[in-house]
Design a protein around this ligand. Structure first.
Ligand code: PMT
Length: 394
């Protein structure tokens, strides 16, 4: 693994020596490029010491390659990791500005690019930053979701760089073999919406991030992925066949239609268990003096249980979102719905699970064994879940 670590000028740059160390721990050879602003936060000398190589800071520096260090390095590198990635470097990457050693190198680099944005929450949420991140994602750059927590400026929110061991594990995951090559995998993601009338519906807080991360990771590992998605704000991952649905009944129909071609089904969607018995064609009006209203609901089709009951059936991975007795409830669902694995998600913690960029889960198998996957960005958790599936399938 030949990694170029690009460090741009945010406070998290002080973690760069640890990032280098963790990358080396997972077997990478690391060369570092610092922007001049990053060099205010972390010393090139420290990075040279931990990486075992000279560090590039100057755009016009010459380390014996006639002023074309960036071209020379691009021939060597497999992956460029920019961590932390500031709003400035994201903007430069998006439009192709090359006014320092790192942005110039990024234009010459031909391998995979992973960026770990880290900045204040308001900056992160600014529409130009969001637009640049969306643009880069669209062009195949892997944009890692930042962590949430206390930021250097004292604010609390999203914008922290993922911890160095998490970054190193993610980079290592990018070099995993194409161990799902040729496998047909169906992933469900997001919530369902059960209409009450033309303007109201019953739904839940699922954002779709977990399911989309699994779809994305499976595709990168060579799988032929079909994603059946409830309403989400996430763009379709490249190279994945996506069917967008709204209700549980529509999700049921889309899954059943795609099912015969699948070898693996991963059900990360949060499907409504109940739907209104009747849907009003007009907006329901509040009647004078009305203090209470009753909505009658009926059961939706249990898609997972129906797949589990089929014979033959694909390898089935269920999810269980629980607020209490998490593992016991998940084990009960694993057996009742006849799945092969179940991913137990403790959704009582608002910083993981529903609508968060991070997750932490326990994967339970039919033989009773379980594996804890520690808190990490959903893409890292997705790859760990896929590792367990690959192991089980032998
Ligand atoms: O989307 P995010 O914001 O990233 O959040 C991720 C998540 C929390 C939604 C995800 O990690 C998760 O836990 N998904 C399952 C949520 C859920 O609905 O769990 P459940 O315990 O209610 O359902 C158990 C299983 O049965 C699930 O695999 C579900 O897809 C399936 N099911 C449920 C009802 C139904 N009618 N049909 C189903 O197939």
């Amino acid at each position: 693994m030949h990694i170029v670590l690009g460090v741009s000028g945010g406070i998290a740059a002080y973690k760069a020596p640890d990032v280098v160390r963790r990358l080396r721990d997972v077997g990478a050879d690391v060369r570092v490029i610092l922007t001049p602003n990053a060099a205010r936060f972390v010393s090139p000398l420290s990075l040279a010491a931990v990486s075992g190589h000279g560090v590039i800071v100057e755009q016009w520096g010459d380390s014996g390659h006639g002023g074309v260090d960036h071209i020379h390095l691009a021939r060597w590198a497999d992956l460029l990791l920019i961590a932390p990635a500031t709003a400035n470097i994201l903007a430069k990457l998006a439009v192709g500005i090359a006014d320092d050693a790192l942005s110039t190198y990024a234009l010459a680099h031909r391998g995979a690019i992973v960026v770990a944005p880290a900045m204040n929450t308001s900056m992160l949420q600014h529409y130009t930053v969001q637009m640049n991140m969306a643009f880069l994602r669209d062009r195949g750059v892997i944009v890692l979701d930042p962590d949430s927590g206390l930021l250097a400026c004292g604010d609390e929110g999203s914008g922290r760089m993922p911890d160095p061991p998490v970054l190193a594990e993610f980079v290592k995951q990018q070099f995993a073999a194409l161990d799902l090559e040729g496998k047909a995998i169906l992933v469900t993601a997001g919530p369902t919406r059960e209409p009450i009338d033309p303007v109201r519906y019953i739904s839940n807080r699922s954002s779709g991030k977990m399911g989309y991360a699994i779809a994305e990771a499976a595709r990168r590992r060579g799988a032929k992925v079909t994603l059946v998605s409830g309403p989400t704000a996430i763009p379709a991952p490249a190279g994945v066949a996506i069917t967008r649905v709204t209700t549980a009944a529509e999700m049921h129909a889309a899954v059943m239609e795609a099912l015969p071609a699948q070898q693996i089904v991963i059900k990360a969607a949060a499907v409504a268990d109940f739907t209104p018995v009747s849907v009003s064609t007009q907006k329901i009006k509040k009647q004078a003096g009305e203090e209470e209203k009753t909505l009658t609901l009926k059961k939706t089709p249990d898609i997972l249980a129906e797949i589990g009951a089929r014979s033959p059936r694909p390898f089935v991975v269920a999810f269980a979102a629980e607020t209490d007795s998490v593992e016991a409830s998940a084990r009960e669902k694993l057996v009742r719905k006849n799945a092969d694995l179940i991913v137990a998600n403790d959704v009582s913690d608002p910083s993981i699970g529903f609508d968060s960029d991070q997750n932490a889960v326990t994967v339970i198998a039919r033989d009773g064994s379980s594996t804890n996957i520690e808190r990490a960005p959903k893409i890292v958790v997705a790859n760990r879940i896929l590792d367990l599936i690959v192991q089980r399938l032998g």
